[in-house]
Design a protein. Structure first.
Length: 350
């Protein structure tokens, strides 16, 4: 499928493939049709994580060029990161040279910021854990925002600015790549959904890197990512269930956060915060989420496997081929798919 080469100037042009697993059918719609496809009483759950400038260009102690792409902050204040050698986003990730060898204790220097390698992965030399040499809190955030830029990939036409990768409702800076399923959700569309009687709630999930550039490392994705499901989100889900509404996750990150929280609660959704490396697929029972609104994901990826928790693989592959034939665009600024769960599945999941 052709990749979208940059942010949309007109979000009304975003297309929406509506997949109905109950009828084993799909149809070509527009993203703006979302209020008509949902019904009063449904609950839309968004990921309110803001996207960090998570790509840091710098050098090793010996002066070798290096790029660190942050992969998420840990509770102890260290950061997982993926290292690349010389080059930049204009090269395909899989064509980027391996980073120079770095060991524990080595310092990496970025623009106005230094980090110490506190852990190196013996199996994957690209994967390290860093501790920034900066006071935690405002000083660190100021340094990160001064030194970094958004992570981006070679199919894009021009350099991204940080505002290009933020959803309208972005809050805490947790994500290292945008929770892109929500990029086309304008305030006008959210207002139309509210007028339709669709409720909106938020969770926070630290959306991680979508590619490391090494085949063996990419098979480990998604890495463990931080999430938080608060009391307000739990109450909204319970209220939706009480009125017979469906829980519609905006993106795979929301799905993983809600389902991880339910597993942490012994099968019942409760307020929860932590790390999750949950992978969903055709054999994964959904305890919370009834439907998903997400981007167009390629077969063979972990994101596509997650969609198999909502619809049979054969239907998803047919829908993907249909979308490709109709000129749908993929990746973070691309078009979208809405998979509505069958009524029986919605009832059983509660």
């Amino acid at each position: 499928m052709t990749a979208a080469t940059g942010p949309r100037d007109d979000l009304a042009s975003v297309r929406l493939l509506h997949v109905d697993p109950e009828r084993a059918s799909f149809e070509d719609r527009r993203f703006g049709d979302l209020p008509a496809l949902l019904r009063p009483g449904d609950l839309l759950v968004a990921n309110d994580a803001a996207t960090l400038p998570a790509s840091l260009a710098g050098a090793t102690e010996s002066g070798a060029p290096i790029e660190a792409r942050l992969a998420g902050e840990s509770p102890d204040g260290t950061w997982r990161a993926v290292l690349f050698g010389a080059g930049d986003w204009r090269q395909r990730t899989e064509d980027r040279p391996a980073p120079p060898a770095v060991g524990v204790g080595e310092r990496l220097r970025f623009d106005g910021l230094e980090a110490v390698v506190v852990e190196a992965d013996a199996r994957e030399p690209r994967l390290v854990r860093l501790r920034f040499e900066c006071d935690p809190g405002a000083a660190l955030w100021q340094a990160l925002y001064g030194a970094g830029r958004p992570v981006q990939y070679s199919y894009l036409r021009r350099t991204l600015r940080l505002w290009h990768v933020q959803t309208p409702y972005a809050a805490r800076p947790w994500a290292v790549e945008p929770p892109s399923a929500g990029l086309a959700l304008t305030w006008d569309l959210l207002l139309a959904l509210r007028r339709r009687g669709v409720a909106v709630a938020t969770v926070t999930h630290a959306a991680g890197l979508s590619s490391i550039g090494d085949a063996s490392a990419d098979r480990r994705l998604p890495l463990a990512e931080r999430y938080e499901v608060g009391e307000a989100a739990v109450a909204a889900v319970e209220a939706a269930g009480g009125r017979g509404g469906r829980v519609v996750a905006i993106g795979t990150t929301v799905t993983r956060a809600l389902e991880a929280a339910a597993r942490a609660g012994g099968g019942r959704l409760r307020p929860s915060t932590g790390l999750t490396d949950l992978r969903l697929g055709p054999d994964s029972p959904r305890r919370v989420v009834d439907a998903i609104l997400t981007g167009i994901h390629e077969p063979g990826t972990s994101h596509f496997a997650l969609l198999e928790a909502f619809a049979p693989r054969a239907l998803l592959e047919s829908a993907h081929a249909f979308a490709a034939g109709r000129g749908y665009l993929g990746h973070e600024f691309g078009d979208a798919v809405l998979i509505l769960a069958a009524e029986e599945a919605a009832v059983a999941s509660r």
